[in-house]
Design a protein around this ligand. Structure first.
Ligand code: SF4
Length: 1017
């Protein structure tokens, strides 16, 4: 520890073993203090296993766990650990151990919000409803989802809430609607029990039932621990509080660390009462209130930033005293800049200029972030950064789906899922890949219009492409491009029948030549596009459906939910990679993160703090529980004095505003040294000018510099130029819009256009020839070929049954954070190697990540750091990320080699990077065997090497380890025999289980009898 403990920290570290609340302001080193307290307790004789840390997110739990392991190396070496888990993880563990007592099987699957909505939606079709507005099913699903959450978070069930309904005489429409919503929640509950799954609220509710109905179990858990530390306690909901109380109440030495001013998750159930009321909920053994100790020394932010944070808190607390944040001794003055610009685009451009200047001053891109209150503010900032040559990464689903590369991929996926989606198809055809002229689109439309007269249903845009030979009026280039599109579309359509969504995305990106295009962009734009596509692929890889096969259709439905700005924010699952780019994300996603420089745009009146038009009003809205039924009634606003909706909204507006100011407090305290706060007079959507918000004014009062522009007046939409210059050279005289009108009015007009008509006739003849020579896309020959990946072969070698469920008759698999870490590691290494490899070789983006070596959860230093210190970091790879595609009999095997080094001419070393610790799993060898065969057979590059070695390079656990094999004839013969045997087995389809130690990590062990029997022995 390089700094001295403060008096406040010493008081906490040495506090007696009794209930304690630590009120820790932003950036005050609460994690450090928690670790130090644990250290002190362990040095006083508490066994590490008797200490339990609970925090809110898996990420935070992982970080705290890593921190503890590095603080207690001796314990870690002895295999001893302090347990760290999440609030939900704690409940899950209780149910794993004792869940049978409350009807929960071990390893019951837990479903997230997107799946919850899917099940609610399915229930909607099976009931009859009079009150619910079924013309707007999404609204009904949202409301049932909200109500289900409120019921669970307050330890209630459908029956108990229904019983609270007034009798028929006094029942109003709100209660009538609420009862119908409750019946939908009831169907959802039945669906969960039919499928054997639980949601997060169930986890806590069942665990609470377990410990209250079986006090002996509560006592047993309590006896296991001598001390419990709760982190981010302000984010917990009432049910979580009650679960903890039932076990660790009445004087148990439990410490809650949090900051009630950072409660910004009330919309997802967090209760302010939990932190504020902790001292009463967890009293001392004698019944008196628990003690509270503050942490106020902020070692993160500079002085002026803390001054702004304290002013925000002062505004929040009004007359009530609060513990102001104090700067650390090393704090500098810091900088706040505010800019009030003309238009939103001017504002975004100004932010980009400031960021460029800050970077020139020495701040790396990765230390700069733009935090938006709403997703809609992401687009203008992203575009301005792009225009200014600044790499950026969007870490928020709503914004990510708008990024051009991702939007184009999505358009392809939509057309593959639904051929009638002409909007997406038009986007592809008009986009940079095909650049169809508007005259060609008009020709396609003319064909549709003519066919519509005789065909029912009307043909779609895709039908025109299938019948392109009969479409009159197409330009030769347009016709050629449509033929190209059709060929790629058919290939992808065939692949979509069997490939996973992730594989389909990769193939689609390859068909779009996305990677090649990205590589031809300027560095900053290419890096931004690459990082954003990676974020999207992360989303795809982390998704598994709760029921049914993981189809493209269910993924797109899932995505629609994620993209919905009004959907609950916890659906937003995009991670921040901290790649070499400016991060753009929402404030809510930024909690717990920090950067040197933070820009906050759109700090305008009603924008940030934002003004809601709809409040969680239980008197007028059926989806909210009446306050009297909630466990945190005492902390909720008193609505009893209000007699009208307007009055109730006025009360709720103040309540909502407080949460917005807390969000502002979180936003400004993400910055270490510099805050850039901006707004603008005008946006294209509004006629009226905007004005600075109170937050903007507050920041300006402290700002070192302020830029103010005049109001430029209403932003007029771009003028419609009926006869302006034509972007399509074919209609240079009349302009493309005029040509479109004429072509629509008179389908014969295009063919009478002399240049166009001649070219169209020639292209039509060529197209006919092309058509006749096209093979059938689903010929028998193609169907008979089976395909798998190198990772699939490794799995097959390990256990054919596991291979079957993972790759053939696919079953949902648990998302693996460790595997995702493996992907992140490979991407970092890939970026590291960029510039040292021929860029064309990067077209395929799949990694051969095997379960062993990449998914083993490994603590300790970042494997990328270990890579940088290894012998491989500074060697130029001759090839990197090489796609391979091999045929063994009737089986096609595809994969990707991480790197090929050439230490001397003609001598290759193929290296497979692993983010985990060294492994001796014999199944892994299949990977190197396949790569060696690929190299020797010329599938990597020609000529093949004269000498070859293959290496596993492990970077996990803080140590570099490698295992190299020199390939000779006998090794290669053995390799070929093994791969032949595996591919033959795949071709024959024999998938018997082969239990081994791998069963312990297998996703299917809960229903694999052989695996269960093996594990039970
Ligand atoms: S549990 Fe074991 S035997 Fe069963 S599929 Fe998994 S690895 Fe194979």
């Amino acid at each position: 520890m390089s700094f001295r403990l403060t008096e406040e920290q010493i008081a906490i570290v040495t506090a007696p073993l009794a209930p304690l609340r630590v009120s820790a302001g932003a950036g005050t080193g609460k994690t450090t203090t928690v670790v130090l307290r644990l250290k002190a307790l362990i040095s006083e004789g508490i066994e590490p296993e008797a200490a339990l840390g609970i925090t809110f997110t898996n990420k935070a739990a992982g970080e705290l766990g890593d921190r503890l392991r590095s603080e207690f190396p001796d314990l870690t070496a002895d295999g001893r650990e302090i347990q760290v888990t999440t609030y939900h993880g704690f409940a899950y563990r209780l149910l794993q151990e004792f869940g049978a007592l409350v009807g929960v099987e071990r390893d019951t699957a837990v479903i997230g919000p997107a799946h919850q909505r899917q099940l609610i939606e399915e229930g909607l079709g099976s009931g009859t409803y009079e009150q619910l507005d079924l013309t707007y099913p999404k609204g009904v699903i949202d409301n049932a989802f909200t109500l289900a959450g409120q019921v669970g978070d307050n330890l209630l069930d459908v029956e108990s809430v229904s019983e609270a309904a007034p009798t028929d005489d006094s029942r109003d429409d709100v209660w009538a609607t609420r009862l119908e919503l409750l019946s939908l929640v009831g169907s959802y509950t039945e669906a969960k029990s039919r499928l054997g799954v639980v949601d997060y609220a169930d986890l806590v509710g069942r665990a609470h039932r377990l410990v209250t109905e079986h006090p002996a179990i509560a006592q047993r858990i309590r006896d296991r621990y001598r001390v419990v530390l709760l982190d981010e306690y302000q984010d917990t909901d009432p049910a979580q509080r009650e679960l903890l109380r039932a076990i660790f109440g009445n004087g148990f030495p439990i410490t809650a660390v949090g900051d009630s001013d950072q409660t910004i998750y009330e919309w997802r159930g967090a209760s302010r009462l939990n932190f504020d009321g902790f001292v009463r909920h967890f009293p001392q053994s004698d019944g008196s209130d628990a003690a509270t100790l503050p942490l106020t020394l902020n070692r993160r932010s500079d002085r002026v930033i803390l001054e702004l944070a304290n002013r925000i808190r002062g505004y929040l607390h009004g007359d009530r005293a609060f513990d102001a944040l104090r700067p650390g001794p090393e704090a500098e003055t810091g900088t706040i800049e505010t800019g009030w610009l003309g238009t939103r685009d001017d504002e975004a451009q100004w932010i980009a200029e400031q960021i460029g200047r800050v970077h020139e001053g020495g701040t790396p891109w990765t230390e700069i972030a733009v935090l938006v209150r709403k997703n809609r503010d992401i687009g203008p900032v992203r575009e301005a950064l792009l225009a200014a040559g600044i790499p950026s990464e969007v870490a928020s689903v709503g914004g990510l789906l708008e990024v051009p590369e991702v939007a184009e991929l999505l358009a392809w996926l939509r057309v593959l899922d639904d051929p009638s989606d002409s909007t997406s198809l038009a986007r592809i055809l008009l986009g940079s890949g095909y650049r169809l002229g508007i005259g060609d689109i008009a020709a396609l439309q003319g064909w549709i219009r003519r066919r519509s007269r005789t065909t029912d249903p009307s043909p779609t845009l895709l039908d025109t492409i299938e019948d392109v030979a009969n479409v009159e009026g197409l330009s030769p280039a347009g016709r050629e491009r449509l033929a190209d599109f059709r060929r790629r579309y058919r290939d992808l359509l065939v692949e979509a029948q069997s490939a996973s969504v992730a594989d389909l995305c990769r193939s689609t990106l390859a068909a779009m030549h996305a990677w090649t295009e990205i590589d031809s962009m300027e560095d900053h734009a290419g890096l931004s596009a690459r990082l954003n596509l990676y974020r999207f692929l992360d989303l795809v890889e982390s998704w598994t459906p709760i029921v049914g096969r993981p189809s493209l259709n269910s993924f797109l439905r899932h995505l629609r939910l994620l993209a919905d700005e009004s959907a609950p924010k916890e659906l937003d699952a995009v991670a921040v990679s901290r790649g070499p780019a400016v991060a753009i994300l929402t404030v809510h996603r930024a909690k717990g993160l920090e950067w040197d420089t933070v820009a906050i745009p759109s700090v305008v009146d009603g924008g940030f703090p934002s003004r809601s038009t709809a409040y969680a009003n239980p008197v007028d809205k059926a989806e909210y529980l009446p306050y009297s039924l909630r466990l945190d009634t005492e902390s909720l606003p008193d609505l009893s004095s209000a007699t009208t909706l307007k009055e109730r909204n006025a009360i709720l507006r103040d309540y909502h505003e407080a949460e917005e100011w807390r969000t502002a407090y979180v936003a400004v305290t993400r910055a270490r040294h510099r805050l850039i706060i901006t707004g603008s007079h005008r946006t294209p959507e509004r006629k009226r000018p905007r004005s600075p918000s109170p937050l903007f004014v507050m920041a300006t009062e402290l700002a070192d510099s302020t830029v103010t522009s005049d109001d430029p007046g209403v932003i007029e939409p771009p003028p419609w130029k009926p006869l302006g210059a034509a972007p399509d050279p074919l209609f240079a005289e009349s302009g493309w819009d005029q040509a479109l009108r004429q072509a629509t009015d008179d389908p014969g007009w295009l063919t009478s256009y002399p240049e166009h008509a001649a070219a169209a006739a020639a292209a039509a003849g060529q197209m006919r020839l092309d058509l006749e020579s096209l093979p059938e896309p689903t010929s028998n020959e193609r169907k008979d070929v089976k395909a798998t990946s190198v990772t699939g072969l490794v799995t097959l070698a390990r256990c054919p049954q596991q291979f079957r469920w993972a790759f053939v008759d696919r079953l949902p698999m648990r998302p693996s954070p460790a595997l995702r870490r493996g992907v992140a590691f490979h991407r970092k290494v890939e970026l590291h190697n960029l510039g040292k490899v021929p860029l064309d070789d990067l077209e395929e983006s799949t990694y051969d990540l095997t379960a062993e070596g990449d998914s083993a959860a490994v603590a300790g230093p970042d494997p990328y750091e270990v890579f940088l210190a290894s012998r491989l970091a500074n060697r130029p790879a001759r090839f990197a990320e090489v796609p391979i595609d091999l045929q063994f009999g009737n089986v096609r095997v595809r994969g990707r080699i991480d790197a090929v080094y050439e230490p001397e001419p003609g001598a290759w070393e193929i290296v497979d990077y692993k983010s985990g610790r060294a492994s001796k799993d014999p199944a892994l060898d299949v990977q190197l065997q396949t790569y060696a065969i690929a190299a020797v057979d010329g599938a990597v590059a020609t000529p093949a090497p004269n000498r070859l070695s293959v290496t596993f390079a492990f970077f996990g656990g803080g140590e570099f380890a490698d295992r190299t094999v020199e390939v000779d004839d006998s090794w290669l013969a053995e390799a070929r025999a093994r791969i032949d045997e595996l591919t033959d087995r795949f071709d024959r389809g024999g998938y018997e289980p082969t239990p081994s130690d791998a069963c312990g990590r297998c996703d299917f062990k809960t229903f694999c009898e052989a695996g269960r029997a093996f594990l039970a022995d």
